[in-house]
Write a protein that binds this ligand. Sequence first.
Ligand code: 3UK
Length: 537
Amino acid sequence: MPSAYVDTFARDHLPPPQAQPEYLFDLPTLQFPAQLNCATELLDRHVAEGRGERLCIQAPGLHWTYAELQAQANRIANVLVHDMGLVPGHRVLLRAPNNPMLAACWFAVVKGGGIAVGSMPLLRAKELKQIIDKAQISHALCDLRLAEELKLAAADCPTLTQLRFFNDPGADGLEAAMARQPATFPNVDTAADDTCLMAFTSGTTGSPKGTMHFHRDVMAACACWPPHVLRPTEDDVFVGSPPLAFTFGLGGLLLFPMSVSASTVLVERVSPPELMAAVQQFGATVMFTAPTSYRAIALSLQGKPWPAKSLRKCVSAGEALPAATRKLWRDASGLEIIDGIGSTELLHIFVSADEHQARPGATGKAVPGYVACVMDAEGRPLPPGQIGALAIKGPTGCKYLADARQSQYVRDGWNYTGDAYLLDDDGYFHYQSRTDDMIISAGYNIAGPEVEDALLRHPDVAECGVVGVPDDERGQIVKAFVVLKPTAQPNPATAAALQDYVKQAIAPYKYPRAIEFLDKLPRTETGKLQRFKLRQT
Ligand code: 3UK
């Protein structure tokens, strides 16, 4: 397959073929041509086939059709190529809260044969520098309101020479440059296995890992989970909280709606009440957010009528969905949450269950296109009922940018996600914990999330996190960090009541021997509990 890339950095720094996972392309919808540009497929094709006037993106005060998004993206692509010297294969940093210009920039980069590198809005100069250096980034398109940290980083990043700022009314802004460019652009004819995006994972330790995804990977993600599990229609209106720099958000809030010519709502502020306000304002039908956000919304609505009649599908990912949260949401909304586990390495969701197949406490089954397996320590499949390491194969897979950690995630052709899972007799996969988060106390293996689920059922508990902390006698003990509802008192009597409650709900040896009350839990920008921070407190 001829690569379109003039700058071969991405291809040169892929893991060698033998270090990549095995890929599965069995589904008829996974037969990709040698040349493929995913922007052509997801954007231009709709316009070419007469869907240009369909609604594509909404935001407060804004409403773009597919043709309008295409025109914006084309103008930006022209700025990138003609004013900023982009050549195919260059890496372009994108930086903004979720808004329409960020989406237009993403398509502009991919149309031009560039590689889109998203960055979480809260990253500081030091973290941006790590990404820019690692991916040898030459160009950046950035929301003016997030300019400060990027400018600080750029001063110290020799590769980054071309910066433009958008949502900028000034004469030097991207919009002024766009106005001087035509609204047409010939997309670069990329190879299906040219890299089109790099997504960085923020592990808890070590330098960030860059995952590389091909044009083919983007189309494969669109062909697996959405049509088989989510089953959206072209009239759906998507909304949600995950940043577009997080592949959960990129897929759920941009690629997947566009893959079925539906529309998406991009909102910059997505706290639980703001997210619900957006659902109501835009009549959203499909929502993507993290388990804690479902819980916070459901708690705030207890005893009140359900205000979001338009909503018909709710997707949860990023961390395990406690059965207690699933129930709370069903009681508030009447809707069964679609849980799915995905990862930055595999691009999107690979084990999931739709609203009809959902089972409390289970993530679901392997998504069509993927196979999932629970492995023992030697990499042999375990029979149902035993806890082991989740391993995945499918059309997408882990390709770290120049990183020795490739051999940890990919072994014997399988992608090891780092999660401990159990398969039941019906083929459902049950999340236990991260493999290295399993608590071992007096010889017992205890999964923090199971204890959390028990605590979340207590009427005084708003949120909680359970970790193992060192103990002379037992090796580790189970410790719970609990955020109480405003009506409850953080005192020893409440702690004792919570301990008793857990002993009644699950095997008594799992109860938290220590309880500490906090005002809030440490979380990442993607809604994940930072257990390592709890262990340090
Ligand atoms: C955990 C879950 C239990 C799990 C992601 C959907 O979260 C995403 O990507 P990350 O690289 O993290 C991956 C890890 O997060 N996890 C995610 N979802 C679930 N654990 N149940 C779940 N439903 O430890 C996994 O290995 O940040 C999720 C789509 C795209 C993504 N990038």
